[in-house]
Design a binder for this molecule. Sequence first.
Ligand code: HC1
Ligand code: SF4
Length: 569
Amino acid sequence: MVKVTIDNQTIMVEEGTKIIDAAKETGIIIPRLCFLREINEIGACRVCSVEVEGTDKLLTACNTVVEDGMVVKTNSPKVRRARRTNIEFILSQHDFSCATCVRSGNCSLQEIANDLNVDSMPYKIKYEKRAWNKDFPLQKDFSKCIKCMRCIQVCDKIQSLGIWDVVNSGSRTTVDVSHNRQIEDADCVLCGQCITHCPVGSLTTRNDTHRVYDAIEDENLITVVQVAPAVRAAWAENLNIEEKSATPSLMVAALKKIGFDYVFDTNFSADLTIMEEANEFLEVYTSGGRDLPMFTSCCPGWVRFMKSQYPDMVKYLSTSKSPQQMFGAVAKSYYADLLGVDANKICCISIMPCTAKKKEAEIETINDTEAQRDVDIVITTREMEKMIRAENLDFSKLKEESFDSPLGIGSGAGVIFGATGGVMEAALRSAYYFVTGKNPDPDSFVSVRGEEGWRESKFSIAGNELSVAVVSGLRNARELMDALIRGEVKYDFVEVMACPGGCSGGGGQPIKDGCELAYTRANKLYKLDKKMYLRYSHENPAIQKIYSEYLGKPNSEIAHKLLHTDHES
Ligand code: HC1
Ligand code: SF4
């Protein structure tokens, strides 16, 4: 242990503690901008500068380790002046047109500038302008980039993809796509983790809300919206609604105010995915003769990763479409028939915690209903939040509403899709039933839950030994793939989600800078599942009905046409 005095308080801390953490133990929060714990501790922004007795220079608290006897001042006049100058300097290279910035009100730079009472600019403002492909779901505005390097580190350390790098030098230094590539030619999987870790509005998602408004306004269209499982755990985080009031039913009521004709639930099609995927898995498993596992394919970031990084392994992905795409396919066939309308009259909109879902909906070969696209428009949870804000609702007076029927009926197994391990757990609940004819205890497979990036479990179902793995975060996925290829591990079924923690930590979720909320949100989903009457996908009455009236049985010819895809085509 070492002794350190911070702002006149003396404490003992473990050797190796950084000043920023020692200060926290005394109740002092040192401001920071570029800092991301264990990912970006480089002191690039110098906002966390502090004064240390015996040194002339200010030191950065995020990466300076305390020494025995150190005396630190975190908010002396010298420190305040330096922080202010650093922020003014950053602002001099930043287009601070806050009124039109998607991150206004949720921007760490704006907050720190306000906290430091920066009210004028002593420097000439000059920022970088560069072109960007406006159609790409990931958007970069160079005029807002503050060169904090967080995106570089997140993409490299968490996702092992290294899409971003520092380019140019001197005053023209900026962050751009590495190796001189265009973003659409790089291997960006669109996980959106660099967006949720950008402290300002430089990295954002393509704004598709205007297209949604146009569809709602178009009297010739029937707008059918689906809401992904993980959205309900996070939708109100930045809406100033008390947590216990922020129910899925209140979210439905808010969506109805926006004017969608039907508000449905991706949990329904998550159940449908389980029917198809669990049966597909059992077919693969019982046919034997395969060294490599079947991989889930509902995460489009993971599918993009597989296609670019392990093209020879794409054939091991489940052919079942993701719940988003299954929903669209069913909405434009079965549901169009139920309504007695032409499929092209239906505009299918998804609300997803994910940026890659925007691109998934655009994959030509995934869209094979009579209508042109399964899903027409995808917006993220953050875009939904903006649309809800625009309604100026008084949430204390808003009455809860239910999802519409029949595509709004989902089970608890569908809900937990939004947490890492949830697809595996839901699939095992139904696979057990398909093999034994009996339901397992719904909590039989909870060992697949957890916060480790790569988890393994073994189960025995009617004497069949099953080895499964659950992975989230693409660096972990890469490690698992390499271990599989080297023959060091062997599994029957593997679930992969690109974002750490799964969709609940998705790149389209609300941003709370400095907070990693994936597992807090996942716990909300587990609680919802636990409370539900329906906990098995195969017991969902709306699912039973669509099979008896339309699809026949899982993996039937029509199910194949509508609900499966060839990832290799
Ligand atoms: Fe997901 Fe999925 S769980 S991929 O994270 O399989 O986005 O929530 O909608 O499609 O259901 C996302 C979430 C989501 C699909 C489902
Ligand atoms: Fe990297 Fe994901 Fe950002 Fe693409 S979206 S650059 S893969 S972190």
